[in-house]
Design a protein around this ligand. Structure first.
Ligand SMILES: Nc1ncnc2c1ncn2[C@@H]1O[C@H](COP(=O)(O)OP(=O)(O)OP(=O)(O)O)[C@@H](O)[C@H]1O
Ligand SMILES: [Mg+2]
Length: 241
């Protein structure tokens, strides 16, 4: 892990509107995500962990605050990601970020290999994808091998166990060599033994690729292997109070 910050989040606020009533969830939160780190985010149910992850991953917009990017991508270096256009946000999500969710979010009609190739299908036009297909399929194969699913690569996710589905989701998240992978309760739906294997995989992939992982979790074993742990309370991180 290095001390270089990829993302610097300042004064982040998120308010949901429910029947004209503003419900504040994040209240001036500050956060730095460093290159190559595994960061665990903990806190009670309803405190705003998924809300925060959705903002960091540009799946939703903050009410106030900025997410300054200082990673490797020249196009976006120095920009406030929260202020990008929708098209730019989509490009950042596809090129710089990966996502892993509790319930996998795999497409049931695609095979493991096709699910892993999805980020490339989104990135490239149909023609460009076909021109590059051989290389892309080779990369998919390598990743599928890394997560231990080579014998399953032509299966649909419906024929996989929970742990195997999450391995597929992790391979997909890494396909475009992202700088940060956001994981929301990645082991929340798995038994402890299967969860433990996912922990080992995250550690191994973090070491091999230098990708930063942000893990939202209730799983104390998973949090224990992170380089840093932050606790959310009342819309901010506890140590920033
Ligand atoms: N789209 C939404 N509209 C309105 N309120 C929302 C929305 N999403 C979340 N909330 C509210 O914001 C608060 C934080 O929710 P969030 O899902 O971020 O919590 P969490 O920390 O991830 O909880 P859990 O550990 O149960 O997953 C909750 O009170 C929730 O009801
Ligand atoms: Mg949540």
């Amino acid at each position: 892990m290095s001390d270089t910050a990829i993302l610097e989040v300042t004064n982040l606020h998120k308010e949901y509107r429910i029947f004209h009533q503003a419900v504040p969830v994040l209240k001036g939160l500050a956060l730095t995500i460093k290159r190559g780190e595994i960061l665990a985010i903990l806190g009670p149910s309803g405190v705003g962990k998924s809300t925060l992850l959705n903002l960091l991953g540009l799946l939703d917009s903050p009410t106030q605050g900025s997410i300054a990017y200082r990673g490797k991508d020249e196009q976006f270096y120095g920009r406030d990601l929260a202020a990008l256009t929708l098209t730019e946000k989509a490009a950042v999500r596809n090129r710089l970020f990966g996502f892993v969710f509790q319930f996998y979010h795999l497409l049931p009609d695609l095979t493991v290999r096709e699910n892993v190739l999805l980020p490339a299908m989104i990135q490239y036009s149909r023609g460009e994808f076909h021109r590059r297909k051989e290389k892309l399929v080779e990369r998919a194969r390598d990743l599928i091998e890394k997560v231990g699913l080579l014998e399953r690569q032509d299966f649909p996710p419906t024929r996989l166990s929970g742990g195997e589905r999450q391995r597929t989701a992790i391979a997909r998240a890494l396909f475009n060599e992202p700088e940060v992978v956001y994981c929301d309760e990645p082991t929340g739906n798995l038994d402890s033994q299967t969860g433990e294997k996912i922990h080992q995989l995250v550690l191994e992939l973090n070491r091999q690729t230098g990708t930063s992982f942000v893990l939202v979790t209730h799983d104390h074993d998973l949090a224990a292997l992170a380089h840093r742990r932050l606790h959310m309370k009342d819309g901010r991180f506890e140590d920033s109070f």
